[in-house]
Design a protein around this ligand. Structure first.
Ligand SMILES: [Zn+2]
Length: 419
């Protein structure tokens, strides 16, 4: 068998593995959240609050979708015309066209062209957040955060670019196999080091101060059978008024983080409801599930890229001889961008199912649907959410069930358990 035949086999195998992993790991059953309960919950929101939430979300749409369109347009123009290859050649010229210079400086140039062209929309978004009083950061702090995120992007890009183009040089016929394994390993590594290396760049984390709430949360985790070393508090208030919590890391780096804004805004019973939801993620190993699905997806994407690279007209359009050369990076990024846009609704769907399961876990663990509902109301109020967002947007990108869905699930639980 030729490397190409093996690649077809590997591609099929990876897609099958992805399908099996999704069938086994994604909760297909959704806890009930009757639409009648959703509509009743919506009617109980003050009309003025719903209007304000909708106005805020509508104001975020133009910069959001404009940035998406510009990113796609830049990726297609650079990737499907010789422009990208020319830009990469140019970046390598001062270094005698050395492949490392092309891979690193050319690659970074292609990545940052889109970043810089969408900068006005990123600023527009911050202006909307400030106008609605959600951002607590001035333009100075915003700029520092932006530069930090550019630095993080650059470091990750350099590691990926150097790794990828070293492999394509060392194994010109089999790079797709090593590349797929390397990309999957990189996803795993990133999940592992994210809380240790990346999150501290943006926030400070401190253990929750001792007191009755901390004791209650520790007892809750123990009752749930989830070993949690610590609940950490992030100083999110220096950036936003929004309240949130999350779980990140895998294995030894796993941790539960709550925003300091949540502790300031919400009464203890609601903090307990939030942490119970996060314990649900920890217990079901949702970060591991997400990491595994991502690792399989990127591995399949690398092999798919190799197969796509056999298609001559595509290479001709990009003005390159092979998809494995650094000058073809703009084409690679174009393919990745299009794949990302196509995958967004599937990712959002998986995420919503996982979030609904964590909600069900929180309800069963605390057996306090009233506090859960109060917490959902607070999230929507403080974060200026639309409790019942437009269907198309929900289906395309919502990572969580809507507020009215989550409240309806709490009411269905209360009915079922007679509370
Ligand atoms: Zn969650």
């Amino acid at each position: 068998m030729t490397p190409r035949t093996w690649a077809v086999v590997a591609f099929g195998g990876l897609l099958l593995a992805l399908l099996v992993a999704a069938v086994v790991l994604v909760p297909w059953h959704r806890p009930p959240a009757p639409r009648a309960d959703q509509l009743a919950a919506l009617r109980e929101f003050p009309a003025e609050q719903v209007a304000r939430g909708r106005a805020f979300r509508a104001a975020l749409r133009p910069p959001g979708y404009a940035a998406l369109l510009v990113t796609l347009a830049v990726a297609l123009v650079l990737g499907l015309t010789p422009l990208g290859a020319r830009l990469i050649s140019l970046a390598g010229r001062p270094f005698g066209d050395h492949w490392i210079a092309q891979a690193v400086f050319g690659g970074l140039a292609v990545v940052f062209v889109a970043n810089l062209l969408t900068l006005p929309f990123t600023a527009w978004r911050h202006a909307v957040l400030s106008r609605y009083g959600l951002a607590t950061q001035g333009w100075g702090g915003w700029t520092v955060d932006l530069l930090k995120s550019y630095a993080v992007t650059a470091v990750i890009a350099v590691i990926a670019l150097l790794g990828f183009y070293t492999v394509t040089r060392l194994a010109p016929r089999w790079w797709w196999a090593f590349g797929a394994a390397g990309a999957a390993a990189l996803v795993l590594l990133f999940s592992l080091v994210l809380p240790v290396l990346v999150e501290p760049v943006f926030n400070r984390f401190t253990p929750m101060p001792p007191g009755p709430l901390r004791d209650e949360l520790t007892a809750l985790a123990a009752r749930d059978g989830v070993p949690v070393r610590d609940v950490l508090v992030a100083d999110a208030s220096r950036r936003t008024r929004a309240v949130n919590a999350y779980v990140s890391g895998i294995g030894p780096t796993r941790r539960i983080v709550v925003y300091d804004t949540l502790l300031r805004e919400a009464p203890p019973a609601e903090v307990v409801a939030v942490v119970a939801h996060e314990l649900g993620h920890a217990k079901k190993r949702d970060v591991v599930t997400g990491t595994l699905l991502s690792a399989l997806s990127v591995a399949a994407a690398v092999v798919g890229l190799y197969l796509l690279g056999q298609w001559r007209p595509l290479l001709r359009a990009a003005g390159v001889d092979s998809i494995a050369e650094p000058r073809a990076f703009a084409l690679v990024l174009a393919v990745v961008t299009v794949l990302g846009l196509i995958a967004t609704p599937a990712q959002a769907w998986v995420s919503r199912r996982i979030e609904a399961r964590a909600d069900a876990h929180a309800l069963a663990l605390t057996d306090d649907p009233a506090a859960f509902e109060a917490m959902q109301r607070r999230l929507a109020t403080v974060n200026l959410g639309d409790p019942d967002p437009p269907r198309w947007e929900y289906l395309y990108s919502a990572s969580h069930p809507s507020t009215v869905e989550r409240i309806a699930a709490a009411r269905a639980y209360a009915r079922e358990t007679g509370r």
